[in-house]
Design a protein around this ligand. Structure first.
Ligand SMILES: *Cc1c(COP(=O)(O)O)cnc(C)c1O
Length: 470
């Protein structure tokens, strides 16, 4: 015990440590609170370790090192870029859709000063933030009108509240979905004050089921795209056309939550058929909602397209004020939709669409390039065929042929941990105890970081003699 007390007394004083850090040239002009917190946290943790009996000598240099590490950590940003080497194109945990090249430059231009966000430059009077994108979105989709809110969950909630508050909404039991991050149709329904009427069974729902459920209190027939799972086998669902005809006969509104929301017909390019937003509108559905940051490949938002009269009603709903998007979203969305005016341009320039449709030969080229660089620095790696997934709760059983690099002779768990702690962290995947970098989601300008990180890992581990030949 005496020894512990001696050690505690030997710990440098906080004021002294603060002065020492302040004198360090690299920490000039940084917030005092960062220095104070780093010193305090370090001393506290040394104190705890001493009391546990895990330290036999107070080493001031060691303490200083710890403070500096903490300080550097506090000075860097928590929210930052990572390299996605998982092969999942729309990775919900890694920020979903990647912004197109040129978008950040556009945001800088449009947002580095004031903007005409709610200002009509023709009249010099108050304008609407939605006016910048409404016509463009409607033109691309072929809808009468469009509206944008924070995310698709908000879009669905807003629509149900406006069109079905205290009324009944009929939906097939096969479509009562839960989407990652706790979006559940039954719960959204009750939040919006609409009454859920389930019809049919999980695998089969007939037009008759909808028809039999219609009462005087029904206001809406809802379809929800089962975007993250797939029911196969003995199945039956009702087509949009049949539903629209039924709704017309009973003077009801039809709505479809398409979730992932693809504009381009991927089946033209050899992928599995997914209903497009354009087709949903063409089929006569009154209101269609979808996410901005899934297959559209844009910023996080929820997009509502459909009949002008209904969109106008939504604009007066009080929820809209709570769900309104910020100027960054408006600006980014205009940029992204402008690319969709020309399908070829969207395929070439929207990273999400581009990577979904990209030929696997292109991935192999990238894999070869990176693999050569890794072999050059002495890493034992090899190219393997992989299956990438689109992700983001879209196209549940669609995989895309891809190529990855397997890093051999390195304990995968240790490598994973090291790469996650890098300044630009790398998130790969481990398969059968082997660390794999999937090239589907890696860009060439990221190679340099990957190579440098692996080089660092290698020298550290060889330096520590923990691994022999890597
Ligand atoms: C993803 C998804 C949602 C939620 O969209 P967010 O933009 O994440 O709020 C809702 N419905 C379906 C069918 C979805 O796929």
């Amino acid at each position: 015990m005496n020894n512990k007390n001696t050690l505690l007394r030997e710990l440098p004083k906080i004021d002294k440590l603060i002065d020492m850090i302040k004198q360090d040239e690299q920490f000039k002009n940084i917030p005092y609170v960062n220095i104070y917190d780093s010193v305090k946290e370090t001393i506290d943790s040394f104190r705890t370790t001493i009391l546990k009996g895990d330290i036999i000598k107070v080493d001031t240099e060691e303490i200083k090192k710890c403070i500096i590490a903490k300080l550097k950590n506090k000075l860097s940003f928590n929210f930052k870029r990572v390299i996605n080497a998982t092969g999942t194109i729309l990775h919900t945990n890694l920020g979903r859709a990647v912004f197109p090249k040129g978008l950040l430059k556009h945001l800088e231009n449009s947002l580095s000063g004031y903007s005409n966000l709610e200002f009509n430059l023709k009249t010099g009077e108050r304008g609407s933030r939605y006016s910048h994108i409404e016509k463009l979105i409607a033109r691309v989709i072929g809808a009468e009108a469009a509206l944008v809110v924070n995310n698709n969950a908000a879009a669905v909630l807003l629509c149900l509240n406006e069109f079905a508050k205290e009324r009944e909404v009929i939906i097939s039991r096969g479509e009562l979905v839960e989407v990652g991050g706790s979006f559940r149709i039954p719960e959204i329904m009750s939040l919006s004050n609409a009454k859920l009427i389930e019809v049919g069974t999980t695998n089969r729902t007939h037009l008759q089921d909808y028809e039999n459920a219609i009462t005087e209190n029904t206001s809406l027939l809802l379809k929800v795209h089962t975007s993250n799972y797939y029911i196969s086998g003995f199945t039956k669902s009702v087509s949009n056309k049949e539903l629209v005809t039924l709704a017309k006969q009973h003077n009801l509104i039809t709505m479809e939550d398409l979730g992932s929301g693809i504009i381009i017909d991927l089946s033209k390019y050899g992928l599995k058929k997914e209903p497009t937003i354009i087709e949903a509108i063409k089929s006569g559905i009154d209101i269609v909602t979808f996410s901005g940051d899934k297959l559209l490949g844009g910023p996080q938002c929820g997009i509502i397209v459909g009949k002008k009269e209904l969109i106008n009603r939504l604009k007066k709903n009080q929820f809209l004020r709570a769900f309104r998007v910020c100027k960054m979203t408006i600006s980014a969305l205009e940029f992204v939709f402008k690319q969709y005016l020309d399908e070829k341009k969207a395929i070439a320039e929207n990273p999400t669409i581009n990577r979904i449709l990209e030929n696997s030969d292109e991935v192999l080229k990238r894999a070869n390039l990176l693999n050569t660089k890794l072999i050059d620095i002495g890493i034992s790696s090899e190219i393997i065929a992989t299956k990438s997934i689109i992700g983001g709760g879209s196209m549940p059983n669609a995989t895309i042929n891809s190529f990855g690099i397997a890093i051999n002779n390195i304990p995968a768990i240790e490598l994973e941990k090291f790469l996650l702690e890098e300044e630009i962290p790398i998130v790969g995947r481990i398969q059968n105890d082997i660390y794999i970098l999937d090239l589907k989601t890696i860009w060439e300008d990221e190679f340099l970081y990957i190579v440098n990180s692996l080089k660092k890992f290698k020298s550290r581990y060889i330096g520590k003699n923990r691994l022999g030949d890597i």
